[in-house]
Design a protein around this ligand. Sequence first.
Ligand code: DC
Length: 223
Amino acid sequence: MISVAMDGPVGAGKSSVARESAKKLGFIYVDTGALYRGVALYTVRKGVKDTDEDYAQKVEALLPEISVEIKIENGEQHIFLCGEDVSEEIRLPEISMAASGVSPIPAVREFLLELQRDIARKNNVLMDGRDIGTVVLPEAQVKIFITAKPEIRAKRRFEELVNKGVDTTFDQVLNDLNRRDYQDSHRAVSPLKMAEGAVLLDTSELNFEQSVESVVELVKKVL
Ligand code: DC
């Protein structure tokens, strides 16, 4: 099996580039952020807030009740939370923040680890996230760290949200992005960082097709 690990911060074009590259390569695309979002949605529905005292313990206590599954339907990844398709709901900005809250909790990472590895054992995958090359699939044949300048990432994210009809401003998106970047790269467990042996792909000056082309080329070198 071939595994491609793609890590990088929010808005680097990671998921859209990863999805298209996987399609071109005939690999399964796995968006691991969606798994963290699934867990986050469950905790939000249960009224648990990251400002709560004993937040991590409260989240951890909910884990035995949670089932998150990835299913591919018509070539698209869908996320099921306890049997319910929550693929749309997990994209709300409120859930993005909550996902950043649950993802540093070691028990949450442990909970999702085997699920991710199991998919890679059975399929050729292009898996994207924050710690795929460093922790989840350290033996991946190809590791890519995809990034772009913060303002460019915020602009892309803003346009994506506006297109979805979400009411927000560029400044709000940039602030959220900086906050999430900080949280994701400064946490004690599995911080976002370039994996050993990873190739840096900066998409600031690349359009979508060029970014996809770069990824496909990198993978083809090892096929
Ligand atoms: O990529 P995303 O925005 O959907 O990720 C949601 C959150 O989950 C984000 O705060 C980082 C976290 N995450 C993580 O810690 N590890 C991963 N492999 C993927 C996402």
